[in-house]
Design a binder for this molecule. Structure first.
Ligand code: ADP
Ligand code: MG
Length: 637
């Protein structure tokens, strides 16, 4: 038995890391090749970090500022080696970054991949666990790494077969940076082919801003067979920062492949905008709208938003999505390269930097321009984009008052005049401008209804009078709508109103009829008030109903019942408010109540009128068992 020195140890992965390893090896088999993109992406990040840190501490470079990434194969040993001259890792960093400790990304990746979610494993890089994709093709991975600035004696070797344990050893390493050696699995020989690796690099990593080098393919022997010359390195990627090139020289394919590398995505971007601002303050922005939501968007990744990289004069400084874009645009991916920010800028400084505020304003404007253009020129793409990100965009109505009108213009809703062309009535395709364009002369209100599903909105008794008068109503049934409407009272000079609230749009003849009906039904109303007593705030004759017997009406400041229910379920304190019941005296059920002489049966009927209205409005039944008994009594009676 060899004596283990104190520098050598074997450690177990945390359960979650082991799960990721297992999942990765089993779910990525049809997209094995992404391991190369992920490892090169890490090497590139490491070069970025060293370049940035060396600005404050030039000694870190130790006289060698040549940052590059070398990819080589050893056919006999069946290994692929990816080496970078970047920042490297200390022993503790190795443990924290690729070792024992599960990161928050590990957990999110597992959740995203669970049966309920079924994310595509190719998105692994978006979760900050891309390194583990190495185990898709390798049954053993060796990492040799030395932190820039550390002594040669402080190199670290990490090795694992990806099954639950890894070995950690302190070793002598002559150079800084990281070497990752993949010992290929028996069936993975295709990755030993030079052309295969070259084609993967150009497919996935062409726009890495550091040279990715491979050996020049074996040249003709130079006469001396016994001593072949050491192979020469040649760069196989473009290694220019794409955003610094003129737009006219960049093809769509190049933009798309840059997006994919940037966002660790495999889908195309839906659209992008690339601009250079020259002037007292110069900067370049390249911003993308994804086609599909990145996973962290849905999974509460709001704390650690990634995907928008801040460069200062081509030096990567940090992921600064939060500093560069408001929350409601968190789906945007891209690069901002500023010429005039100080390179030693910190996150704290960025948050209070006037120059950055200007850049942020420009980014928001560019993104809104881009979405508008998509809506105008590519309706189908816009529809797909809106489906993925519409609800995120709605947050901007409250979050960004300065752009409220512009954002509102981009919103789309279902409507009582839904466009049947799409075949899907619930489709959200009607804009506020569409609505206004169809308004009758004299109408000054945009009417909407909120509910917790399309069916509940579309089937609500509240809509009857509007349908009868042929007034369009927007059907809002996303959870965020109610919240959004709290900040959207007006659009283009028209006020937005909930059909369940306040006064209805009645003309003089309507009003006269309404007063007549109210007078005629006064005894019935009094009877219902007596029967329902404490359960209602008021009972009145409705102008909203034509077919249904009853509905709930809301006062201007009252929460919609379905929303009150949601908030309560979420543990919030919602003040109790008694409902106002509106009735349709022309309905046979109300005539039954009026004619009913048996007090017990009259009470049953009155209660059912209230309960039906509550159900239609999405309010929970106070006493479901009593409701069922009542229904049965009425059915049998
Ligand atoms: P991510 O790159 O999103 O952070 P990865 O799983 O790809 O997630 O890598 C995990 C971490 O391991 C990196 O954040 C980095 O700290 C470290 N790491 C991986 N590869 C390298 C490398 N070549 N050089 C330095 N650090 C690395
Ligand atoms: Mg990575």
């Amino acid at each position: 038995m060899t004596t283990a020195t104190e520098t050598t140890e074997t450690r177990k992965f945390e359960a979650e890391v082991a799960q990721v390893l297992h999942l990765v090896t089993h779910s990525l088999y049809s997209h094995k090749e992404i391991f190369l993109r992920e490892l090169i992406s890490n090497a590139s990040d490491a070069c970025d970090k060293l370049r940035f840190e060396s600005i404050a501490d030039p000694g870190l470079l130790a006289g060698d500022g040549d940052l590059h990434i070398d990819v080589s194969v050893d056919k006999d040993a069946r290994t692929i080696t990816i080496r970078d001259t970047g920042i490297g890792m200390s022993r503790d960093e190795v443990v924290a970054n690729i070792g024992t400790i599960a990161s928050s990304g590990t957990r999110r990746f597992l959740e995203a991949m669970s049966d309920g979610q079924k994310a595509d494993a190719r998105l692994i890089g978006q979760f900050g666990v891309g390194f583990y994709s190495a185990f898709v093709v390798a049954d053993r991975v060796t990492v040799l790494t030395r932190r820039a600035g550390a002594a040669a004696a402080d190199g670290v070797k990490w090795e694992s077969d990806g099954r639950g344990e890894y070995l950690l050893e302190t070793v002598e390493l002559p150079e800084r940076g990281t070497t990752v050696i993949l010992h290929l699995k028996p069936d993975e020989d295709e990755f030993l082919a030079d052309w295969k690796l070259r084609s993967l690099i150009s497919k996935y990593s062409d726009h890495v801003a550091f040279p990715i080098r491979m050996h020049k393919s074996a040249a003709a022997p130079d006469g001396d067979e016994a001593a072949p010359a050491a192979p020469e390195w040649e760069a196989v990627n473009d290694a220019s920062a794409l955003w610094t090139r003129p737009k006219s020289e960049i093809s769509d394919e190049e933009y798309q492949s840059f997006y994919k590398a940037l966002g660790h995505d495999f889908n195309d971007a839906a659209a992008w905008t690339h601009n250079r601002v020259e002037g007292s303050q110069s900067f370049t922005t390249l911003l993308y709208l994804p086609e599909k939501p990145p996973f962290d968007l849905m999974m509460g990744g709001r704390d650690e938003r990634k995907g928008l990289k801040l460069y200062i004069k081509r030096v990567f400084v940090m992921d600064a999505a939060e500093e560069l874009l408001p929350n409601y645009l968190r789906f945007v991916r891209g690069v901002v390269d500023a010429d005039d920010l100080p390179l030693n800028v910190s996150r704290e400084l960025l948050q209070h930097n006037r120059q950055l505020d200007r850049i942020k304003g420009a980014c928001v404007k560019r993104v809104l321009d881009l979405i508008e253009k998509l809506a105008r020129d590519e309706p189908e793409k816009f529809a797909a984009f809106y489906k993925a990100f519409g609800n995120t965009l709605k947050e901007g109505i409250g979050e960004d008052p300065g752009n409220r009108e512009r954002i509102a213009k981009l919103l789309r809703f279902a409507s009582t005049r839904g466009t049947s062309t799409a075949g899907d009535a619930a489709a959200q395709t009607v804009s506020l401008d569409d609505y206004i364009g169809r308004m009758a002369v004299g109408q000054d209100t945009i009417w909407y209804i909120t509910a917790d599903s399309y069916a509940a909105a579309n089937g609500s008794p509240q809509l009857e009078a509007f349908r009868a008068k042929d007034i369009e109503v927007l059907l809002m049934y996303d959870r965020i709508d109610e919240w959004m409407l709290g900040s959207l009272h007006e659009y283009e000079g028209k006020s937005l109103k909930n059909v369940a609230k306040g006064e209805l749009p009645l003309d003089a003849a309507d009003k006269a009829r309404q007063e007549e009906a109210a007078k005629a039904a006064a005894p019935l109303v009094t009877r219902l008030k007596d029967l329902l007593g404490e359960r209602v705030a008021d009972v009145r004759v409705s102008a909203r109903l034509t077919d249904s017997p009853s509905c709930l009406a809301l006062s201007d400041y009252e929460l919609a019942p379905h929303l009150a229910r949601l908030l309560r379920e979420a543990g919030q304190d919602v003040p109790d408010s008694k409902p106002t019941l509106e009735i349709n005296p022309a309905h046979p059920l109300l005539q039954r109540v009026e004619a009913e002489t048996d007090e017990v049966r009259a009470l049953d009927l009155a209660s059912l009128l209230l309960e039906e209205a509550e159900i239609a409005a999405g309010a929970p039944l106070a006493d479901p068992a009593a409701f069922v008994q009542r229904v049965n009594r009425v059915l049998l009676g």
